[in-house]
Design a protein around this ligand. Structure first.
Ligand SMILES: Nc1ncnc2c1ncn2[C@@H]1O[C@H](COP(=O)(O)OP(=O)(O)O)[C@@H](O)[C@H]1O
Length: 153
């Protein structure tokens, strides 16, 4: 994780499966950063199918690599000032995270586009505009929804 690599699928799938099984999840939920691999997405499909549920929307935030690097370095600077720096907020770890994203997570866009539930939002807009675009994408889906948000690496 500190190097920017993904952690094993079995581990994150078990954590998500346990959380989704709790009673409050029946009102709907948002998954942020999961699934990040096709194996995780297939496992999520199985878990939801067994529970009689399905994803309503998958949200993809588009941000170019230069902006990502700037944001990561900014976050590292802020965190260091506040005494809780993340070991993976470095340029070297970001390179690995981007590589993992391209190889393992990006293919999920096609997976969910084929299911007709992928929405892309321009993550380079100002924060309030990103927020309103995400809300708009969600609200076109109706009530009682469950979301998976696939964040940038
Ligand atoms: N779905 C996932 N599958 C595998 N590893 C994950 C997953 N989500 C998070 N991780 C691990 O945690 C690290 C940090 O992820 P995350 O907290 O989502 O980043 P950020 O806070 O920048 O969105 C990842 O680089 C990876 O090592």
């Amino acid at each position: 994780m500190e190097r920017g690599e993904l952690v094993p699928d079995e581990l994150v799938v078990a954590i998500v499966a346990e959380r989704i099984s709790r009673p409050d999840a029946k009102y709907g939920f948002i998954l942020d950063g999961f699934p990040r691999t096709i194996v995780q997405a297939a496992a999520l499909d199985d878990i939801l199918r067994a529970a009689g549920l399905r994803l309503d929307s998958v949200l993809e935030l588009d941000v170019d690599e230069a902006a990502l690097l700037g944001r990561i370095l900014n976050r590292a600077k802020d965190a260091t000032a506040n005494g809780h720096a993340r070991a993976d907020d470095t340029e070297a770890a970001l390179r690995v995270r981007l590589e993992e994203y391209g190889r393992q997570t990006k293919p999920l866009a096609d997976y969910y586009r084929e299911q007709g539930i992928l929405k892309s939002v321009d993550g380079l807009q100002p924060i309030d505009k990103v927020a309103s675009s995400l809300l708009e994408a969600i609200h076109t889906q109706g009530e009682g929804v469950r979301y998976a948000a696939s964040s940038s690496p």
